[in-house]
Design a protein around this ligand. Structure first.
Ligand SMILES: Cc1cc2nc3c(=O)[nH]c(=O)nc-3n(C[C@H](O)[C@H](O)[C@H](O)COP(=O)(O)O)c2cc1C
Length: 170
């Protein structure tokens, strides 16, 4: 797919069919995350593929929405704080930036594979923790539900600020 077409086609999917994507496709999505850039190449991320009914149930308790339950699987993107790059000038930690880039790679790769995703950050991190075997210094950052978009769901409008509002050449 042409890159801009792919970017325009990705949108938040909030209704999925029950069909489970095949393993090879999921491996491809994760490969796109593995190859993502990160500050100082620290790669402070981890990706949990959540398929088991008990772990899925925990995620659905961490993010209580009916639509969220329809996803056949989830990828939780975490960061390990002891591995992230910290900017010496001001101590700004960059793990969330790294995790975000990797997560968006997954979303774009999913779009190309005909799958839908949605960024979810408004979850309860303490409940999310109980679904995963996290290391001590590890934080869940993004949950990505993944599945085939329900063909009966209404597509989202692309509501964006105009280029003139957000771009300044200095
Ligand atoms: C950092 C981040 C957090 C988000 N968290 C949620 C969320 O918790 N629940 C949700 O339904 N959508 C969430 N979204 C999706 C946004 O609402 C969505 O990307 C935005 O409205 C633009 O719509 P589009 O993705 O369809 O282009 C999140 C997106 C981002 C980038």
């Amino acid at each position: 797919m042409e890159f801009l077409q792919l970017v325009a086609q990705r949108s938040s999917v909030r209704a999925y069919t029950a069909e489970m994507p095949d393993d090879a496709t999921i491996v491809g999505l994760l490969e796109s995350a593995r190859l993502a850039p990160s500050a100082c190449n620290r790669q402070p991320w981890h990706f949990y593929v959540v398929k088991s009914p008990s772990a899925k149930q925990r995620l659905c308790e961490a993010y209580h929405r009916e639509w969220f339950r329809t996803a056949p699987l989830y990828v939780v993107v975490t960061i390990r704080h002891d591995e992230e790059w910290v900017r010496p000038a001001d101590g700004h930690r960059h793990g969330i930036v790294d995790a975000s880039i990797a997560a968006e790679h997954i979303c774009l790769a999913a779009t190309e594979a005909g799958l839908g995703t949605c960024w979810v950050c408004a979850f309860d991190p303490e409940i999310c923790r109980t679904a995963l075997p996290l290391a001590a210094d590890e934080e869940p950052v993004i949950i990505l539900p993944i599945g085939f978009p329900d063909p009966n769901a209404r597509p989202n409008e692309k509501n964006r600020k105009g280029a003139e509002e957000i771009i300044t050449v200095v």
